[in-house]
Design a protein around this ligand. Structure first.
Ligand code: GUN
Length: 285
């Protein structure tokens, strides 16, 4: 029998725990924890994500600052907004929602965020620290996947972990986190030969490709743990990267879409914001 990993419930548990920690933080340090969110343009998916992030921030008792810039905002305008937040001592975390409109240089703008306010864990300093297994802010989605595995008491050390996808936001940091937990890690991508054979060796298979139902039953070992990071909309319906119906008959654990990895991303964003605020407050005591 496969067990469904309930990301919705686990993310709610994390948010409840955070609410308590945020309340203690405010009591101890006499200040709010503040997350600033910058959205440029009117990408409908980004608008939904940002709305949900703000709602969740407030739900755990943190303060949110939202900055909505016009689709045609100049690079200078966006830079001024991020620079002001970087300098503002009352701001603990800065999130620039991606993707940015095409005329803006994403890297240049993200690099204006100081590493100690990088709640997304996107900056080279944080990514580098993750590679060195040093304490750092870790990208929210892979951090959420690790949290799911830990809260389900799934053993990672010594296991064969296969990550399909090598994006900076998910695949690469996911592989590093699994390696840090002592898994034997393989990263697969569009040029990988014999993908099926490699996936079939996985005790833990993480799918982050962005193609609906890409992972089929014949690619999965019996008893494997399958984590589906995909969110693909096809004809108005939501699909993961895994052919859930068939694959779930073989797995020991599997995440559904929706309700698996998705809700964890926001929970870990709040966790990252809390951790950065705590570090700053402790340093200033
Ligand atoms: N766009 C899609 N996912 C993310 C995320 O995790 N962080 C940011 N900043 N933008 C995103």
């Amino acid at each position: 029998m496969t067990k469904l990993i309930d990301g919705k419930q686990i993310s709610q548990d994390i948010k409840l725990e955070l609410k308590e920690k945020v309340s203690l933080f405010k009591e101890k340090y006499g200040k709010d924890i503040t997350l600033a969110v910058v959205l440029v343009g009117e990408n409908p998916a980004s608008q939904v994500y940002v709305r949900n992030k703000i709602k969740a921030t407030e739900l755990v008792g943190m303060k949110s600052l939202a900055f909505y810039l016009d689709e045609n905002a100049t690079e200078k305008e966006v830079e001024e907004c991020v620079n002001a937040l970087a300098k503002d001592d009352n701001v603990d975390g800065i999130l620039v929602q991606l993707p940015l409109p095409k005329h803006l240089d994403e890297n240049k703008i993200l690099n204006l965020i100081p590493a100690n306010k990088d709640v997304d864990g996107f900056l080279a300093e944080n990514v580098g620290k993750l590679l060195l297994f040093e304490n750092s802010t870790v990208a929210c989605t892979p951090y959420g996947v690790l949290e799911l595995l830990k809260r389900e008491n799934i053993e990672i050390a010594g296991k064969n972990a296969v990550v399909i996808g090598r994006s900076n936001i998910v695949g690469k940091p996911m592989a590093m986190l699994l390696l840090r937990e002592n898994a034997t890690v393989t990263i697969c991508h569009s040029k990988t030969k014999d993908l099926k054979k490699i996936c079939k060796q996985a005790d833990i298979l993480v799918a982050a490709i962005g193609r609906a139902k890409f992972v089929t039953k014949d690619m999965v070992k019996k008893g494997a743990v399958v984590i589906d990071v995909g969110i693909n909309r096809v004809d108005g319906k939501l699909y993961g990267d895994v052919d859930f119906e068939k694959v779930s008959k073989k797995t020991s654990y599997i995440t559904p879409v929706p309700g698996g990895v998705g809700p964890m991303t926001i929970a870990m964003l709040l966790q990252n914001t809390y951790l950065l605020a705590l570090k700053k407050a402790e340093e200033n005591v």
